[in-house]
Design a protein around this ligand. Structure first.
Ligand SMILES: [Mg+2]
Length: 266
């Protein structure tokens, strides 16, 4: 198997070189609420400093959103160096050379299976208002304005996939059902990212707000949550901010800097 080497080595004078941050519920709202532009600008200024001075970790993104959305957010936060992750691990996008990389463990059979799953969901739930999020290639995300209704179909969906022998994992975020290939996750994508960039696990921190982010928590040396995070994932955190979403992210980044300052004191 041929592994592409990005040739990116980002080394800082900080305790951590990289922060891997979820998007929905962290960098921006999972709902259709407006994005906090001032907050995004603050993260962008943090990253500009990180790139210019290499004195703090650079922030990259790890999300279930379609990779085009993640690419856009990555550019907005001024991460010009370290790949970001989209579609719950299907894709990496590298801002340093504009290369998209789909996980090579996804075969033609997997793509066909996902396509069949799409048709099944369309036939069974399309007329009931269940919409498939556009822009995904090897997974399916489902939305319905009535989140309780959406939640109610999750068990039968999982059972149907199982009955057909499709290795598809079904999970719920705040407003979406995610149907992802079992062997692909945020975790497998972080493994790819680390292998390609040479950044070691003990120099990485993570931020997340739902149990889908346990894959981030499993692979970082330090994990933080914004105040709006689910209780279950807060139990995995080294620090829970008192602030929500991107303001929580900025608080967590400040906390990481302060921790280092305290450790450096004699
Ligand atoms: Mg989230």
């Amino acid at each position: 198997m041929v592994f592409k080497t990005w040739g990116v080595v980002f080394k800082t004078s900080s305790k951590y070189d990289l922060v891997i941050c979820d998007i929905d519920g962290c960098m921006s709202p999972e709902s259709h609420a407006l994005i906090n532009v001032a907050g995004i600008t603050a993260v962008a200024e943090h990253n500009q400093q990180a790139v210019a001075q290499k004195d703090r970790p650079i922030v990259t993104l790890c999300s279930g959103r379609p990779i085009g959305f993640v690419e856009c957010m990555c550019r907005l936060i001024q991460n010009s160096l370290v790949p970001c992750i989209g579609e719950n691990g299907v894709w990496l996008w590298n801002p340093s050379d504009n290369v998209f990389e789909c996980d090579s463990a996804i075969t033609d059979e997997h793509f066909e299976m996902v396509s069949e799953a799409r048709k099944l969901i369309r036939d069974r739930y399309g007329a009931l208002g269940v919409v498939q999020q556009p822009g995904k290639s090897a997974s399916v995300a489902l939305y319905h304005p009535d989140t309780e209704y959406l939640r109610s179909i999750l068990p039968e969906l999982g059972e149907e996939f199982q009955r057909r022998g499709w290795p598809i994992r079904v999970s719920m975020t705040w407003f979406y059902i995610n149907c992802d290939l079992e062997h692909i996750s945020k975790g497998t994508a972080i493994d790819r990212l680390l292998a390609q960039t040479g950044i070691s696990q003990e120099r990485i921190a993570g931020i997340g707000d739902t149990m889908g982010d346990r894959y981030i928590a499993d692979r970082v040396a330090w994990f933080g949550c914004p105040a709006n995070a689910k209780d279950e994932i807060k139990q995995r955190a080294n620090y829970v901010s008192g602030r929500d979403e991107v303001e929580g992210v900025m608080d967590i980044l400040a906390r990481l800097t302060n921790e280092q300052a305290e450790e450096l004191q004699p």
